[in-house]
Design a protein around this ligand. Structure first.
Ligand code: SF4
Ligand code: SF4
Length: 434
């Protein structure tokens, strides 16, 4: 069993709300989430405990508090008191205690530090309870209550001001020009009209700028009119992770509206898992009509280009193993695309013991990678992933999400492990044929 560092408080509070106001804000938000589906999920748990073995945080620590269904406890109590069929009776007889400020404070670690919203428990649950979705809904209430990790709150404020956690839009032309100079490629910016709008992940706008050049190299090769744009450029949606629905909608809308304004029919999302969840799947919920543009992940795009013969790649001819990003594969359904691209690159794929839709999370999704309080937990998950990767004996290790890649890089530094985590996009760009 491990415990969080006792020197670091297990919860943070933002803004100056009273404790009573925080509880009321959270409860109001929880109640607004209690539709038929949520009710069904909260009513149907049979307490079998199977979800525990699904969760990387439970598996790697053995600590019962990380059992997925336990992470829903205050949310479940709010439901039974406020919205269940017998709610008046439950309240009158005091059968379920109303969550208080201490419950919410203690809960913060369970839904922000030790849940990546990866959905592996959802897959395993015999009752089909979507715990990952319920955690996401619970985060909405915690955000309203000003009860999220300070690091995520800071990123939230930055994204509200800049439209990105990495840079204000006005700096985008300089960042692209610099990346273009460094890697010898033209990266168009702010064109008035284009067929394709290309977006980035936050890390690509700071430490991994080669990814911008890699995407440009491929798009320039196929001869389409494309651009990046200050109006909507960072697709890694911090609102999705924090529970800030207003920001989530604003960030995704900026991508779609910018694409419509310049006449683009396609928006390409970067190698980022939660960008895919927010823009590809969640956007359709609140857009109010069919999305006016096609939104695809970079991996889908590469797969289509190779399958149609618009690009050809050199065969590398080595063994590789692949980490399936949860939001792209288990939650997003893109299991085969990356494998086809790896096959085109001539890799002999040796699968991890747990792979595809049942693969374990990297341990850093859902904002956990940015939350320094969760460092010890992340390292525990990394140890498990490292063992699985080494057991394959594969020479190369590849993934298709920049956040997973950063999580693995941080874990590898800590463990003094010298195997690099490679990007699928980078492999394609570096091995373009002809
Ligand atoms: S969604 Fe993933 S991290 Fe969260 S409780 Fe389920 S298995 Fe664990
Ligand atoms: S696996 Fe499903 S039914 Fe079983 S305890 Fe977990 S949430 Fe409840």
């Amino acid at each position: 069993m491990i415990a969080s560092d006792p020197a670091i408080p297990a919860f943070d509070k933002q803004d100056g709300q009273s404790d009573e106001a925080r509880v009321e804000a959270a409860m109001r938000s929880f109640v607004s989430e209690f539709g038929v589906t949520t009710a069904l999920h909260l009513e149907s748990c049979v307490r079998c405990g199977l979800c525990a073995e699904a969760c990387h945080f439970y598996v790697t620590t053995g600590d019962a508090k990380y059992t997925p269904v336990y992470k829903l406890e205050p949310f479940r109590r709010a439901y039974f008191r406020e919205a269940s069929p017998f709610a008046p009776l439950v309240r009158a007889l005091g059968l379920v205690k109303k969550p208080g400020i201490v419950d919410l404070e203690q809960w913060q670690e369970l839904i922000y530090d030790s849940c990546t919203m990866c959905g592996r428990c959802t897959l395993i649950c015999p009752m089909g309870i979507d715990i990952a979705e319920l955690v996401k809904e619970a985060r909405h209430g915690m955000f309203k209550a000003g009860l999220l990790p300070d690091r995520l709150a800071l990123m939230d404020r930055t994204a509200r001001q800049w439209g990105s956690t990495a840079t204000p839009g006005e700096d985008l032309p300089d960042i692209l020009a610099e990346a273009g100079r460094s890697y010898g490629v033209d990266i168009p910016c702010d064109l008035d009209s284009a067929d394709i709008l290309v977006t980035a992940a936050s890390a690509e706008l700071s430490e991994h700028t080669k990814a911008l050049a890699d995407a440009a190299k491929i798009l320039n090769r196929i001869g389409v009119k494309w651009t990046m744009h200050q109006g909507g450029f960072d697709a890694s949606n911090i609102g999705f992770n924090n529970g800030d629905m207003e920001l989530q909608e604003r960030l995704t809308r900026a991508l779609i509206d910018t694409a419509v304004r310049i006449g683009a029919k396609t928006v390409i999302l970067p190698e980022c898992g939660h960008a895919y969840g927010a823009a590809r799947w969640e956007a359709a919920k609140w857009y109010g009509q069919a999305l006016p543009v096609r939104i695809i992940h970079m991996t889908e795009f590469l797969d289509e280009l190779i399958a149609s013969g618009r690009i050809r790649v050199n065969r590398i001819g080595e063994t590789a193993t692949f980490h399936d990003p949860c939001q792209i594969v288990r939650r997003g359904g893109l299991e085969a695309a990356a494998r086809r691209v790896l096959a085109a690159l001539g890799f002999e794929l040796i699968e991890l013991k747990d792979h595809g839709v049942t693969g374990y999370c990297c341990g850093g999704g859902g904002g956990v990678v940015s939350n320094q309080r969760a460092t010890t937990l992340r390292h525990k998950v990394f140890e498990m992933k490292q063992q699985q990767i080494e057991a394959t004996g594969a020479k190369r290790f590849v993934t298709s999400c920049g956040q997973c890649r950063i999580t693995f890089e941080m874990g590898a530094r800590h463990a003094h492990w010298d195997k690099p985590t490679e990007s699928l996009l980078e492999l394609v760009a570096d091995n373009l044929a002809g």
